[in-house]
Write a new protein. Structure first.
Length: 465
């Protein structure tokens, strides 16, 4: 072997030795865990707010960077500085800069501990309820595993069930379009009903149905006044003289509903002769349903309309209503007459003590003064006619009669004192209601209905002494 070959052999040998040494040195380094391995902190990776604890990982290989030297106090971390793992990090909201410090030993005793996992060394907040991305992924994976997958047939059956339960939007749109085309106002409907009622080609049933439907609409004040503008009010009034009982009954029903609390219709009706026609029905032989509806229309016309009350008295209206107290089977009409009488007396008494400011109210008060209601009641012996109704068994009827008698007690005192039957009836009623009041007290009822009736009886007896 020459000298040149010998030198080449030694160079190769030394290279092998150096490579082996480097390999062993790297292996030793890889087995060591540095407690303060360097980690680069990037600004866009910090999402925690001030004073929030973070966990740093030491799996970032450090480069030749400026090193951050921590202390127990908060220090600003400059961009690009390598921060040792295990430090407390925060974002200062006042300065907008990242800060770090060495953990406080007291915090370690208050729920903070070190956790070593493979090659990681950092702080774990055991009190927090926040999940890491890895934990969320595992939970979602388990959730997906627990979902029951439906077969194609089951999914198809489910869709069919939904289709049967709900209707297609296109079908609904078509129906709504059809409905919008058929929508009519009350005025248009009333025109059709009036035309059907007034048509000579309509049958009796069709006319009756038209009047029945028309009564529903005229309850509203505006619709009742539309009855005037259409000229239909006079048609209804004229039908009160008709020959068909059912049309006469329904015409009175429509008229009464239109007159209720509608002064404009009341004036037009009395000018159209409705009062005379209603009194004619009530004073002649008619069926009970026809008279009931006619009395309803008459009451609607007289209430709160003093001019109509004057005309009613002039035409002998109370004399006509007295006939109900002689007819058999007319008990319901008698109670309605007493109720009407009570309302008319109460209206006038309430306005006597009322000082009206407006001209219209003053005129109305003057009109009520011209309604001489009480003299007619005394002259036609209504005091005794009313008191005789106390013998009826219904408590509601007795209540209305007692209220009316209390209103008339000043005018009818002499007639009541001379009526021995009335005194006997009042004594019996007092005893009966005393027993009923005692039963109510035993039952613990606070609102005593019979106590009010007993009070009314006692007031009348006290006035007659």
């Amino acid at each position: 072997m020459n000298r040149h070959a010998y030198l080449e052999c030694r160079v190769v040998k030394w290279n092998l030795i150096m490579l082996l040494s480097a390999f062993l040195f790297c292996s030793c380094l890889s087995e060591q865990i540095s407690e303060f391995a360097l980690t680069e902190v990037k600004e866009d990776e910090i999402h925690e707010v001030e004073n929030e604890e973070v966990m740093l990982e030491d799996d970032f290989d450090p480069e030749d960077q400026e090193i951050f030297y921590p202390s127990r106090e908060w220090q600003t971390v400059k961009p690009g500085q390598a921060v040792p793992a295990g430090l407390h990090m925060r974002l200062n909201l006042q300065t907008g800069k990242n800060e770090a410090r060495i953990p406080d030993p007291e915090n370690e005793r208050n729920g903070m501990k070190y956790k070593k996992k493979e090659r990681r060394l950092g702080k774990v907040n055991v009190d927090t309820s926040v999940y890491t991305p890895q934990e969320l992924k595992k939970a979602l994976a388990k959730f997906k595993e627990g979902v029951i997958k439906e077969t194609a047939e089951e999914e198809k059956a489910k869709l069919e069930g939904i289709k049967q339960k709900f209707r297609a939007i296109d079908d609904l749109k078509k129906e709504f379009e059809e409905l919008n085309m058929n929508i009519e106002t009350d005025f248009e409907i009333m025109i059709k009903l009036i035309n059907k009622f007034n048509s000579s080609s309509s049958s009796l049933d069709e006319k009756a149905a038209a009047l029945n439907d028309l009564e529903y609409y005229v309850h509203q004040v505006d619709n009742a006044q539309n009855l005037l503008s259409l000229g239909a009010l006079q048609l209804v009034i004229n039908e009160l003289n008709g020959t068909e009982a059912v049309l006469k009954e329904l015409s009175a029903f429509v008229l009464g509903s239109a007159l209720s609390s509608n002064p404009k219709v009341q004036v037009e009706a009395i000018e159209g002769g409705a009062l005379q026609k209603l009194l004619l029905i009530l004073g002649t032989e008619q069926s009970l349903p026809v008279k009931k509806k006619a009395l309803f229309a008459l009451s609607s016309m007289l209430r709160h309309f003093p001019y109509a009350q004057q005309q009613f008295l002039k035409r002998g209206g109370f004399q006509i209503l007295r006939s109900f107290f002689r007819e058999k089977g007319a008990e319901i009409l008698r109670i309605r007459v007493v109720t009407l009488l009570y309302d008319m007396i109460m209206e006038k008494e309430l306005l006597q003590d009322f000082d009206g400011d407006g001209e219209q109210m003053k005129e109305k008060i003057e009109q009520y003064k011209q309604v001489n209601l009480v003299p007619v009641i005394i002259e036609q012996s209504w005091c005794n006619i009313i008191s005789d109704l106390l013998g009826m068994p219904e408590h509601d009827t007795r209540e209305k009669v007692l209220k009316t008698m209390n209103l008339l007690i000043a005018s009818c005192k002499e007639q009541y004192r001379e009526d021995q039957k009335l005194n006997s009836t009042l004594t019996i009623l007092r005893k009966e209601y005393e027993e009923l009041v005692a039963e109510e007290q035993k039952a613990g009822e606070k609102d005593s209905y019979f106590r009010e009736l007993l009070s009314s009886v006692n007031e009348i007896l006290q006035s007659l002494r």
